[in-house]
Design a protein around this ligand. Structure first.
Ligand SMILES: Nc1ncnc2c1ncn2[C@@H]1O[C@H](COP(=O)(O)OP(=O)(O)OP(=O)(O)O)[C@@H](O)[C@H]1O
Length: 737
């Protein structure tokens, strides 16, 4: 451990940073390097052999409680980093208070600024030199310095530790008045920081370790300091990348002003959210045997659990729009701000969008990291002792080609170039950087591609609970009174309230309601919310799909309608085949469907697909009926009943009348929502939104009036269905004056 030849994986050669003292290397080195290296070459040269008579124990260094830097992580981090230490006394402070020639309240002075004795003052040892104007160590916090010194000293043998204290005392009499021999490691570090300050304590320790030929420990210490600088830069980069949300929110909305707690569980086997205003959908009900626990945010990569259960890779699944990326963003921001997971030294998100851009290239793993985070160039070894690395791969399902884990080559070389899919597969498998944590988030569909043995913990994001969805609106709508009106409105419409389990749907609802309710309108329709959600999904990833197959949404709607006719909410494989659609397109690309595991027998699990919510199936079924009318003037509700006689052209009123009759005749209100959506699609604003899906929009007031009259007639005939019929009128005229 102590020998020169002791193994070292520190990337920075000893004394590299002499530039800070104006060495020859100065011109060649970049600014960044200058600031990141401890100034040691000169310290080395000035061996401990020099002896000067110096008055013992000067004033203490600027109190190390006041010295933490908040440049790196902001005030949040600062408060996290503070170490509360309560000491009885210290030589420095006692010296301070007892000394007759020092005023008790005097500001602590920097060593450099001490008044010099005219004749016999020795030259200042370079390790004691700190330029107060130059923030050479913006990342240097009390917490970091304390830990790193403690860890270095813990590696010393008892003899070395004794020698270290003795030399320290002998060599720096201006700092240490009392003997240090009785101090343990914690007391000694405490004393050093108190009397010398952060930077000088590190400098001194490095000089002594080198002098004692404990090169490995010195290099370890120096390596940690350099990495700490890089970490600080990385935090700044991540903060820039993740501190805002853009979306449709006012520009530059801070992530923290929007982010609400999410409903996260562990365990598997949870089906989709299937709560419905009118129906009990047994096939989507959760398996009673599923073992789920509600997790709080800090349970994700909780250091204690991770250690106890040897967790390396955590996979978090969740249906589209349930908040996986937001969960990741919160994790990153909390790390950046020092609020949680500070045991992780480097947090390196690998955004799948960026990975897709290099998918065709071959690139070394370290090069890939440096390309994403240029500040990491200084760290050529990601397996440095004491620097735990974590990678986050958010949205693996979005990766350009599915990763075939079983048939991907074994790869453990950090520097040699390989295809990105090889690197990702091997990172998740643990072949690349076994010591790193890996967190992957994905829509459920990509889970079964990851070999089970690589999944050490499976979590699921399930959107918002009732409380959380209300919390979301209260947090994101800054006018309190308006927020309460929005919450009250949502609660008054059960389907809306249920659908708000989906955070993405909440954003749509917030945007529309905020505008309407502020302007005094009280919208009554549901269709507009679903139409906006559909459009959001199309815009996110569906446009290319639409350009390849203009009938995609028509086909998806047809499938939804046919299943609805059978009262079915699961999509079996043969249904996909018959519909001429690929499951991946609906599940992965547009994210309107999702996947879960159904337990058919005790031991057997089967993968099944369904729409992300049953009401979305009803909406898409209505869309199919509406699109068929708009594009071909056909009433497909009839043609499914009488397949032999394809229906002739119909007008909208006929179409609507047959839909109303169909809904009224169906038991248990099975078509109630479908009907509401179908009627709502005639509203001009919704037609405009849907216009990318059909030939041209047209005014429909006349048909709407006639349909409304028909509904009013039915209200008299079917008083028991009055509530839904009334809602149907609201869909036709969502903004009554
Ligand atoms: N915790 C949250 N607090 C506030 N808003 C949220 C939260 N989670 C999600 N949202 C909202 O929902 C939207 C979708 O969330 P997010 O992108 O995290 O979902 P996802 O599960 O990653 O979806 P996909 O699988 O489609 O990528 C966000 O853009 C945001 O508007």
């Amino acid at each position: 451990m102590e020998d020169e030849d002791a193994m070292s994986d520190n990337s920075v050669p000893f004394g590299y940073g002499a530039s800070a003292f104006g060495s020859e290397a100065e011109e060649e080195e970049e600014d960044v390097a200058i600031h990141r290296e401890l100034a040691l070459r000169q310290m080395e040269m000035e061996a401990v052999t020099e002896r000067y008579d110096v008055d013992r124990a000067a004033s203490p260094a600027p109190s190390y409680e006041s010295m933490h830097s908040d440049v790196c992580t902001g005030a949040g981090a600062d408060s996290q980093c503070k170490i509360q230490l309560y000491r009885q006394d210290s030589s420095g402070s006692s010296c301070c208070s007892n000394s007759s020639d020092e005023k008790p309240d005097e500001e602590p002075k920097d060593v450099e600024m001490m008044p010099e004795k005219p004749n016999n003052t020795p030259p200042l040892k370079p390790e004691l030199s700190v330029n107060p104007n130059e923030k050479r160590y913006p990342a240097l916090t009390v917490d970091f310095t304390f830990k790193v010194l403690q860890s270095s000293l813990q590696q010393l043998s008892p003899e070395h530790f004794k020698r270290f204290k003795k030399t320290l005392w002998e060599r720096y009499p201006q700092h240490f008045r009392d003997q240090l021999s009785s101090l343990d490691i914690i007391d000694l570090v405490d004393k050093m920081l108190e009397l010398c300050g952060l930077e000088v304590s590190l400098n001194i320790t490095l000089v002594l370790l080198n002098e004692m030929k404990l090169k490995y420990i010195a290099e370890q210490l120096q390596g940690m300091c350099m990495r700490n600088e890089v970490r600080c830069e990385l935090k700044k980069t991540l903060k820039r990348m993740y501190e805002h949300v853009f979306e449709d929110l006012p520009q530059q909305t801070r992530f923290e002003d929007v982010c609400t707690d999410l409903y996260v569980t562990d365990g598997s086997n949870a089906a989709v959210h299937s709560e419905h205003e009118f129906r009990q959908i047994k096939e989507l009900h959760e398996d009673s045997r599923s073992n789920k626990n509600l997790l709080s945010f800090t349970d994700i990569f909780n250091p204690k659990v991770v250690e106890k259960r040897h967790i390396r890779t955590v996979i978090t699944k969740g249906s589209p729009g349930t908040g996986k990326s937001f969960l990741v963003q919160r994790f990153i921001m909390d790390w950046v701000e020092g609020r949680s997971h500070q045991d992780i030294f480097f947090l390196l998100p690998l955004p799948v969008k960026e990975l897709n851009q290099v998918a065709e290239e071959t690139i070394g793993f370290v090069d890939l990291i440096c390309r994403l985070y240029p500040e990491m160039k200084e760290v050529d070894n990601l397996e440095f002792e004491g620097c735990h690395v974590m990678f986050i791969c958010d949205g693996l399902d979005e990766y350009v080609t599915p990763i075939d884990f079983r048939n991907t080559a074994y790869w453990c070389d950090h520097s040699e170039a390989a295809k990105t899919n090889v690197l990702i597969a091997n990172l998740i498998r643990g072949n690349l950087l076994y010591s790193a944590y890996v967190w992957v988030t994905t829509r459920p569909v990509a889970i079964n591609r990851i070999p089970a043995e690589c999944i050490h913990q499976l979590l699921e994001v399930r959107g918002f609970t009732y409380e959380q969805r209300e919390g979301y609106f209260r947090k994101t709508i800054y006018e309190k009174e308006l927020a309460e009106r929005v919450v009250a409105y949502i609660k008054s419409c059960k389907t809306l309230y249920i659908m708000c389990h989906l955070p993405r749907f909440c954003t749509v609802v917030r945007r529309l309601l905020e505008k309407d309710l502020r302007s005094g309108e009280r919208p009554k329709a549901l269709t507009q919310f679903y139409t906006n959600l559909l459009l959001l999904h199309i815009k996110m990833r569906g446009m290319t799909l639409l350009s390849q197959d203009g009938e995609f949404f028509l086909k998806l709607g047809k499938m939804a309608f046919q299943l609805l006719e059978k009262g079915v909410f699961l999509i079996e494989k043969d249904v996909w085949d018959k519909s001429g659609l690929k499951a991946e397109d609906a599940v992965l690309t547009v994210g309107l469907c999702t996947q879960f595991y159904r337990e058919t027998f005790m031991m057997y699990q089967e993968k099944v697909d369904c729409f992300i919510h049953p009401t979305l199936q009803e909406y898409l079924a209505a869309l199919y009926v509406f699109l068929s009318f708009m594009n071909h003037k056909r009433n497909v509700m009839e043609s499914t009943k009488m397949k032999k006689f394809p229906s002739s052209k119909v007008d909208l009123v006929e179409l609507y009348k047959s839909a109303i009759d169909k809904a009224l005749q169906a038991p248990n209100g099975n078509y109630d929502l479908f009907l509401r959506f179908l009627l709502g699609m005639s509203v001009e604003a919704n037609q405009e939104l849907l216009s990318i899906l059909f030939v041209n929009t047209r005014p429909m007031q006349q048909a709407q009036e006639e349909t409304a009259n028909y509904i009013k007639k039915k209200l008299r005939d079917y008083p028991e269905r009055a509530e839904n019929l009334q809602r149907c009128l609201d869909e036709l005229f969502p903004h009554p004056h």
